[in-house]
Design a protein around this ligand. Sequence first.
Ligand code: ZN
Length: 322
Amino acid sequence: MILIIRNLVCVVVFWLGSSVIVAESSMKRMVQTDSDPKYVRNMNYSENWFRVLRTGIDTAREYLGNYGPLCVYIIGQEQDELKSDRIANKIIDAYCRNRHGDQGESLKGCLKSNGASLIKRAREGSTEAYLSYVDFTDSPLAELIFINPHGFPMPYLYTRGIHEYAHVYQRAFPTTPTWLTEGGAEFLAFYIGDQHKWIDFEKSMKESMRMARSVKKGEASLIDFEDVSKIENERPHLKKYYRHLAYDAGAWAVALLIHRSESRSVKQFAMNFYPMVDKNGWQSAVSKYGGFDSITGFYDEFNSLLKRTEIEQGLLLRSIKP
Ligand SMILES: [Zn+2]
């Protein structure tokens, strides 16, 4: 049996059933809502993965606030759960109708391409987790897509739910550079995940530092990952550092920002920094929030943090408060 969320449920009822608290200037942002996320999944895939992801997502919703509208897709097979076309087509149909409603041509295109591709990847055994942000509709829709989540290690999988939901929250504010977006989500996943004993914060940060420092000297640094689409188009040879710099160095850049802030509090960062981005733009928000004279000052300090000893880096982490 498959739970199908049709377009009207996901898009319209979300809006009707919610009290919209945040009124941003752009109509294409996530808003705070009373509605729960909607889940679409193939019900013959072990419920365990659904429970783990929902727990992670709910933990992040409690921490960051409830934003939407959000549809979560959990598509997986450990044996042959997606073998049946009937089951596969129900998911494709739900996904495409959530995006396009009953609009003939776009719906048809989705069924054949994007929708079908989800099932194809799941059947081929790909393991994926990402936010896909649909803003071609009048009201935006956030989709969290999890394909074969059983492929992620446990209990780390809980933190993937936190990471992806952090992106939903970030979408209530203006876009930030890639390293700040990924680093922010990664940092929060580590920090909140540690509070629930799903991951070890310091150990994860240490591993991220190892990755960040493994980038060949002079080849690339944090600043190169302000806009990953530029890397894709203009400097594809740096793509290999996406993980190292956007995620791992990014998480440390956020740690530095929090360490340099007045409160040194993670919660305060989550609640106060993003509204500052809205007000001042990200560069000015980073400078102001961390007490740097300019964004260059921030990047300089970050580069010297990479060179500090493990003990000094550990002290920085331990200065951070809940
Ligand atoms: Zn991410």
